[in-house]
Design a protein around this ligand. Structure first.
Ligand code: G3I
Ligand code: 9MR
Ligand code: ZN
Length: 546
């Protein structure tokens, strides 16, 4: 079928703009909603690429910058309608952030702000420390994803994306996304800090008295598809891990650097929690990894090593306090993380491990702290060089496909949309110290175009944003809440050539990576949502100054 793929939300007036055709054509036209042809240009043949498996042809209209609503037409085929305007991503930005509010667990939603997506208080009972009789209050925070688990490492990473976003791009502090205003010493927190505090308060409750941090709190098995308040099974706090402890040490130190300007008492509490976790790590130098107890199927979030987490903790504490001992520790852990990365590139991540930013590969978060420290240490200098070569790798990969995105077939794992987002974040940060760099900017834009519809599924991977946005996220409340539309602003995990759920496994094995996707509510390996897939897009839109 002939199709014209493009960003269905739209484009800012300046910057690159394009559509991708899966059929040959000489010329293309831009047509306004009134039916008038406002621009025309030549179509360029790209050829077949490895990620989409399609013959692709590119219609570039970067030169056109009039405001309005348009579609691209070639022959008798038309694209979805999109907008050109300088505030084209404003609503998207707010919706991405508002989803964290809807994901709140405990007694934290109000009908006034949650509207039709309100749910009654949930998961407020005390949790049993697994294997003991001890009970703990670990209420609050955000549900992780389509399930109702709350996981320390995943939560820390989502918070980190948001807070590094604040550090790199101050405009995030100005976004009002219609949540209740929380008071602090200086009056009121900006919305983003009110929302993130919900998760930080929860993460600190996951810290044991000796500083170690419990890996997660969930029921023993995933709940069926019910509303959160109907999930009354016993809650368990599972074992402590060095990965969770290091992530909390890192994220609390990062948070300290921001909250100290609003609320000294809260910032001190964060720094104390960070140092306590760090002291536990120093006293326990061997990795204490995490695996589910036999029979339990909630998220495992298992990681293969803890050097990258310890590196992140040390770097973040160094940046927050300036204490040289943390720099020494960061250097030592970095050597181990880099060594691990060199040996394992291609296993769940491509490129430079020291720039990775996911729930399992957190070294890049430590590297962000070093870049923010902005000192002239050997480590910071080395990292700048690494970012530039990783960014250059991404630019090179982006030239290998018609969509202009930095994705290899191997990047199409569970949550591949995060891989795109991660690469955009890396390029955005590199762009801040190798500026101006038009090539980086162009690849970041292509990534955004891809997520919002310029892909060979012809789908926008953000709910309610784009004429052909996906509609059936693997998300329990949405599946059962009797509201037709999902919450707006949810990022799908996206194509996964691993096809790791029942329905996905029915797709033909030779399906090209970009097409290993179904908009189906049962497909958790293709169409789930998570806090740490929404948070990177917030970071990227902050870069755009949305
Ligand atoms: O590392 C391998 C790599 O060597 C291999 O080439 C590649 C091919 O499939 O797979 C890589 O590992 C994948 C790993 O993610 C990479 O990060 C695994 O196959 C894949 O199963 C694993 O998926 C994770 C999934 O949980 C299952 O463990 C996702 O990253 C992770 O986001 C997801 O998280 C779940 C939570 O457990 C529960 N809550 C929802 C959340 C989102 O689905
Ligand atoms: O809904 C769960 C989702 O959040 C997880 O990512 C996924 C993998 O752990 O598991 C989902 O739950 C499924 C469970 O593992 C097996 N029975 C079907 C559940 C989904 O309907
Ligand atoms: Zn809950």
């Amino acid at each position: 079928m002939k199709q014209i793929y493009l960003n269905q939300v739209g484009f800012t007036k300046t910057g690159s703009k394009k559509a991708v055709l899966n059929f040959p054509a000489e010329r293309f036209e831009l047509v306004s909603t009134g039916g008038e042809t406002v621009y025309s240009g030549n179509v360029t043949e790209f050829g077949r690429d490895k990620i989409s498996g399609e013959e692709t042809f590119v219609a570039d209209f970067s030169q056109f910058s009039d405001e309005g609503s348009f579609a691209v037409r070639a022959g008798d085929t038309s694209s979805a309608t999109f907008k050109i305007s300088d505030d084209v991503y404003g609503t998207l930005f707010k919706d991405l952030l508002k989803c964290f509010y809807y994901l709140r667990c405990g007694d934290a939603l109000s009908k006034e702000f949650a509207g039709e997506f309100y749910h009654e208080p949930c998961h407020t009972s005390l949790a049993t420390v697994y294997g003991t009789d001890e009970k703990r209050d670990v209420s609050g925070g955000w549900h992780d994803a389509g399930d109702y688990g709350r996981y320390s490492t995943a939560g820390s990473v989502a918070v980190a994306h948001l807070l590094y976003g604040v550090r790199f791009f101050k405009n995030l502090l100005d976004v009002d996304f219609n949540i209740p205003k929380e008071n602090c010493e200086k009056g009121q927190y900006p919305d983003i800090l009110s929302e993130v505090k919900v998760e930080l308060d929860f993460l600190m409750k996951m810290q044991r008295e000796d500083g170690a941090v419990y890996h997660k709190v969930t029921t023993f098995s995933h709940a069926p598809f019910i509303m959160p308040e109907e999930d009354k099974e016993e809650l368990f706090v599972f074992a402590v891990s060095s990965i969770a402890t290091a992530d909390i040490a890192a994220v609390c130190a990062l948070a300290y650097t921001i909250y100290k300007d609003y609320d000294a008492a809260y910032a001190d509490k964060l720094l104390a929690a960070s140092k306590k976790a760090y002291a536990w790590l120093s006293a326990n130098p061997n990795p204490l990894l995490f695996y589910n107890p036999e029979g339990s199927n909630t998220g495992q979030y298992d990681e293969a090593e803890d050097f990258s987490n310890r590196y992140w903790a040390a770097a973040s504490l160094y940046e927050a306090t300036g204490d040289e001992q943390y720099l020494i520790d960061a250097r030592n852990q970095k050597v181990k993380a880099a060594d691990y990365g060199d040996k394992h590139a291609g296993f769940g991540f491509q490129g430079d491990y020291l720039t990775c930013l996911g729930w399992a590969e957190v070294a890049g978060l430590g590297s962000f702290s070093m870049l923010l420290a902005g000192d002239d240490s050997d480590l910071t200098k080395e990292l700048r060089t690494r970012y530039i070569s990783e960014a250059d790798r991404l630019v090179k990969v982006a030239k290998e496909n018609g969509f202009g995105i930095p994705m290899l077939p191997e990047d199409y794992i569970w949550g591949s949309n995060f891989e795109v987002e991660k690469y955009m974040m890396i390029l955005a940060v590199t762009d801040s110290f190798v500026s101006p760099n038009e090539e980086y900017k162009k690849v970041i834009r292509s990534g955004l175009d891809y997520l919002l519809g310029c892909n060979s599924m012809d789908v926008s991977y953000v709910t309610c944003h784009g004429e052909k946005a996906y509609k059936n996220p693997h998300l329990r409340p949405t599946a059962v809440d009797n509201v037709d539309e999902p919450w707006p602003g949810l990022v799908s995990g996206g194509p996964n050539r691993g096809l790791q759920d029942e329905k996905a496994s029915e797709l033909p094995k030779d399906t090209p990576p970009m097409k290993c996707y179904l908009d189906d509510v049962t497909c958790y390996s293709l169409n789930e949502i998570t806090i740490y897939w929404n948070s990177p897009l917030v970071f990227v839109l902050a870069y755009f100054g949305a």
